[in-house]
Design a binder for this molecule. Structure first.
Ligand code: ADP
Ligand code: ZN
Length: 722
C-alpha cells in the first residue's frame, strides 16, 4: 500500500470511503476488515483499492491511524466487485451493501469464542414470578444475556440475578469450531435417464469453473432438487463452496433434513433467527472456506464465500427474492451477477419460471435444462375450475359443494387435503353494521386484519395490533361488528363445522414462525396426524406429502385485482405451485380452483395445462406495453411523516424530471400504499427502453436536488409493486 495509506469503505451510513494511515507493524491489503475511527467512535470497514473508490485526497498530516485488523480473511475481489455492482445498479449506498456482506458484528470481533449462558437446573431459594417465568421459558436454551432476556420476556437484570444465584451459568462457545463436511458419495440416488443427462451437464459446468447461468425447468416433483444435488456433489468433490438460496426461511428445515439424507450431514443454515454465536461461527466458516454448503434466504447471498463453485436459486420465480426494504435488490438477479464475479455456474430452478428468466433463455444468455415429467409413477394432478357464480357455496360459506364432496371422498379414503388461501387471520376487514365504521390502521393505508385465535386486530404492514373490541368504538352499539371476507382461520372454522372429526392444521407465518415449528408440521403430515391443511402461500412450496391428493384454491381471483403488471403471471405461478402439492406419490391428485372468472386466460391455461400458450400470450402483452423484460421501470418513492413536505419534494422531483424519447417519468401520484408505518408516500414511475442506462440518469437527476432531513427519497430499480 503506497505511503502506508489505506482507503477504507466504512460502515457509516452517511460517509463515503475515507483514507487512513496504516500504523507501523500493521499489515493490510484490499479486502482486509479493519476498525477505523470516525470522531470518537470506532467503525468497521474494509480496505478497498483506492483507484476504484475515488474520494477527496487528505494530506498525510491529517490522516488518522487505523485501530486494528480483524482476525478474519480479507473479502475476496469477487465480493468487493459484487458490493460495487449492487450499489451501482440499485442506486444504494456502498456502505449499506457492504453491511450485508459483513453481517453485523460477526466480521470484526476478533475473539474466536463467545460467552453464552444457560440454566443449570438449580432452583434458587428466593424465587420471584419473574425468575420463575425466566427459568421456565429458557428451558434448555442457551444464548447471550440479551438473547435469554428476550426469550424469557424479562429484563437482563433478572437473568444476571439468576446468574449470581447459580441458576444460570456461563459457557464458552468456540465460534471457530469446524462444521462436519458433507460427503458427496454418502447416498447418491439412482437417477432416471433424463436426470442423468441433465445432471451430467451441470457436473461439467461445475468442473469448468466458468460463469454459466442455467434455467432448470421441470414441473413440480420432476426431481429438480435431486438433480441439482448432483451439481452440489460435484462442487464438494472439487473442494468448492455452494450457496443454495430458498425463497422462505420456513423451507429451510425440510431442506436441511433432505440434504442430510443425501450428503450425511446438514448444510449451514443462514437466516435471521440465528443466535449471535451461531451467526458468528457460520460467518467465519464461510469466510474461511470451511463451510462447504450454505442454505439461506436472500441475505445469504452477500456473505463472503472464500471459493464459491456453485449457486442454486431454488423456486427462482418467487417474488420473495425481491427485497423491498433498505437496499431494494432482486436476489435472483444479484445471484446471477455473483456467479459472474465468482466464475461459477448459477442454477435457477423453477417449475414456473418468470417471464424475465424465459426471455434470457430466448436471448441465449441462459441455458435451459428440462426435466420432462414427474419422477417415478407420480402424475401431474387434474385441474378443475369451479365457477362460483354457477356453483356457489352455501350462504355464509366459502367452499363450493363440489370441493366439499372431493374432501369428503379424500377423508373417506384416508387421504389428505389442502385448502389454499393467501390471507392470514380470520377476516381481512371488520366493520360496524350499525354505523359503517371500518377498522383502519392508524399508520398505514390498510385495514386491520382480525386474528381470532389471539383475539386481536393487526396491521399486516406495520405490525400495529390492538385487542379485538367487543363493541364499535364509534357508535358503541353492542354486537354490531361483522367480519367481512375470509382468511385462513375462517376457512378452518368452516372445515371444523363440516368435518368435526377431521384433524386440521392452519399453516401461516403466524403458526409456522420458526424452523422447529415447520419441522413439527412436516412430521405431523408424514405421520398422518393431519387430514386437512388450511394454509397461505407458505404451504405451496417445496413440501412433498405423498398422501395429499386434493387441493382446493379458495379464491383464485385474489391475486388478480390491483392491476399489477405481474398479476396474471403471479396467479399462474402460485396456483401451479400449490397444485404441485397434490398427487406427488402413487395416488393421483385433483385440484379445484374456485373462481368468478373461469374464462380468464390464466384460469383456462391452468385447467388445460397449456403453460406454453399462457407464457406466449403474457410475453406478447409485455412486449406491446414495453414492460419488463422489453422495457424497464424504476420507482422513486418520496416519503415523510409530514404529508405536505413529501408532496412538495415529490413535485419538485417531478418538475425537474428529464424526459426523452428513451425515458418517460410519470407522477408523482400517491404510492400504492399511500401511507406506510406512519409515513406518507408519493411515487414517480420511470419507464425506459430496455438498453437505456436509467441508473445514470436518475443518479444525475436526483444528485442535483436537495431536500430536508424529514423527507426520504428511495429508488426501487426493477420494482415489483405497481
Ligand atoms: P422437484 O424439486 O422438481 O419438485 P424433487 O427433487 O423434490 O422434485 O423430487 C420429487 C420426489 O421424487 C422427491 O420425493 C424425490 O426424492 C423423488 N425423486 C426424484 N428423483 C429421484 C431419484 N432419482 N431416485 C429416487 N427418488 C427420486
Ligand atoms: Zn399499519
Amino acid at each position: 500500500m503506497p505511503g502506508n495509506r489505506a482507503r477504507v469503505l466504512v460502515l457509516h451510513p452517511a460517509l463515503g470511503p475515507l483514507d487512513y494511515r496504516v500504523p507501523h507493524g500493521m499489515r493490510v491489503e484490499p479486502g482486509s476488515i479493519v476498525s477505523a475511527p470516525i470522531g470518537p467512535r470506532p467503525y468497521a470497514g474494509v480496505v478497498w483499492e483506492a483507484e476504484r473508490l475515488p474520494t477527496e485526497e487528505v494530506g498525510d498530516n491529517r490522516l488518522r491511524n487505523l485501530l486494528s485488523v480483524a482476525d478474519a480473511p480479507p473479502l475476496t475481489a469477487a465480493v468487493r466487485r459484487l458490493v460495487e455492482w449492487t450499489a451501482n445498479y440499485y442506486l444504494a449506498p456502498l456502505s449499506s451493501v457492504l453491511r450485508m456482506a459483513l453481517s453485523s458484528t460477526a466480521a470484526f470481533e476478533n475473539a474466536p469464542t463467545i460467552i453464552e449462558y444457560r440454566a443449570t437446573g438449580l432452583v434458587p431459594d428466593r424465587m420471584t414470578p419473574q425468575r420463575e417465568q425466566a427459568l421456565e421459558r429458557i428451558g434448555d436454551r442457551q444464548g447471550l444475556v440479551r438473547e435469554l432476556a428476550t426469550i424469557a420476556d424479562v429484563s437482563e437484570a433478572v437473568i444476571r440475578g439468576l446468574c449470581k444465584l447459580g441458576a444460570i451459568e456461563a459457557v464458552t462457545v468456540d465460534t471457530d469450531s469446524p462444521y462436519p463436511l458433507p460427503d458427496p458419495n454418502f447416498a447418491p440416488p439412482e437417477l432416471s435417464k433424463e436426470q442423468i443427462d441433465v445432471a451430467s451437464i451441470l457436473r461439467q459446468a461445475v468442473g469448468a469453473a466458468a460463469f454459466q447461468p442455467f434455467l432448470l425447468d421441470g414441473v413440480t416433483g420432476s426431481g429438480k432438487t435431486e438433480v441439482y444435488f448432483e451439481a452440489v456433489a460435484a462442487a464438494l468433490a472439487a473442494g468448492k463452496q455452494t450457496l443454495v438460496l430458498l425463497p422462505e426461511i420456513a423451507l429451510t428445515e425440510p431442506f436441511l433434513t433432505r440434504f442430510a439424507k443425501r450428503f450425511g450431514c446438514e448444510p449451514i443454515a443462514w437466516h435471521s433467527g440465528l443466535r449471535t454465536s451461531q451467526r458468528r461461527r457460520a460467518w467465519r466458516a464461510i469466510a474461511r472456506g470451511q463451510a462447504m454448503v450454505t442454505v439461506g434466504a436472500r441475505s445469504a447471498l452477500f456473505l463472503p464465500y472464500r471459493n464459491l463453485g456453485l449457486i442454486v436459486v431454488d423456486e427462482a420465480h418467487e417474488t420473495s427474492f425481491k427485497q423491498e426494504d433498505g437496499v431494494h435488490y432482486h436476489a435472483r438477479d444479484v445471484a446471477v451477477m455473483r456467479g459472474k464475479f465468482e466464475s461459477c455456474p448459477v442454477i435457477l430452478a423453477s417449475a414456473t419460471p418468470a417471464i424475465e428468466t424465459r426471455h434470457q433463455v430466448e436471448l441465449g444468455r441462459y441455458e435451459e435444462l428440462k426435466l420432462p415429467g414427474r419422477y417415478g409413477v407420480a402424475e401431474l394432478p387434474e385441474i378443475e375450475a369451479i365457477d362460483l357464480i354457477k356453483e356457489p357455496p352455501e350462504r355464509g360459506r366459502w367452499l363450493a359443494p363440489k370441493l366439499v364432496l372431493a374432501i369428503d371422498a379424500a377423508l373417506e379414503r384416508g387421504e389428505q387435503s389442502l385448502l389454499f388461501l393467501n390471507r392470514r387471520g380470520y377476516a381481512p376487514l371488520t366493520l360496524c353494521r350499525h354505523c359503517g365504521h371500518r377498522f383502519q390502521c392508524p399508520n398505514c393505508t390498510a385495514w386491520m386484519v382480525e386474528h381470532r385465535l389471539i383475539r386481536r386486530l393487526s396491521c399486516h404492514h406495520c405490525g400495529h395490533s390492538v385487542p379485538t373490541p367487543e363493541i364499535c368504538p364509534e357508535c358503541e352499539e353492542p354486537d354490531s361488528l361483522v367480519a367481512c371476507g375470509p382468511g385462513v382461520e375462517r376457512i378452518a372454522d368452516e372445515v371444523a363445522a363440516l368435518w368435526p372429526q377431521a384433524k386440521t392444521a392452519i399453516v401461516t407465518s403466524d403458526t409456522l414462525w420458526s424452523p422447529a415449528k415447520a419441522a413439527e408440521f412436516v412430521q405431523r403430515m408424514e405421520h398422518g396426524d393431519i387430514d386437512i391443511v388450511v394454509g397461505t402461500q407458505l404451504v405451496t412450496k417445496g413440501y412433498h406429502f405423498p398422501n395429499l391428493t386434493v387441493v382446493g384454491v379458495v379464491d383464485a381471483d385474489l391475486g388478480l385485482d390491483g392491476g399489477d403488471l405481474r398479476a396474471a403471471e403471479r396467479t399462474f405461478q402460485q396456483i401451479m405451485q400449490v397444485s404441485g402439492r397434490a398427487g406427488r406419490g402413487e395416488k393421483p391428485g385433483t385440484v379445484f380452483i374456485q373462481t368468478h372468472a373461469p374464462d380468464a386466460g390464466v384460469m383456462q391455461a391452468l385447467v388445460s395445462g397449456d403453460s406454453a400458450a399462457f407464457y406466449e400470450a403474457e410475453t406478447e402483452a409485455r412486449r406491446e406495453a414495453e414492460a419488463p423484460p422489453f422495457g424497464r421501470y424504476a420507482a422513486i418513492i418520496v416519503s415523510s411523516e409530514d404529508k405536505g413536505a413529501a408532496h412538495d419534494v415529490a413535485r419538485m422531483i417531478g418538475r425537474t424530471a428529464p424526459q426523452s424519447e428513451e425515458m418517460h417519468v410519470y407522477g408523482p401520484a400517491p404510492a400504492p400504499l399511500a401511507m406506510l408505518r406512519g409515513r406518507h408516500r408519493f411515487r414517480l414511475l420511470v419507464h425506459a427502453r430496455r438498453a437505456f442506462d436509467v441508473q445514470d440518469v436518475i443518479r444525475e437527476w436526483l444528485g442535483g436536488l436537495e431536500w430536508g432531513a424529514k423527507v426520504r427519497v428511495a429508488v426501487d430499480v426493477d420494482p415489483y409493486n405497481f
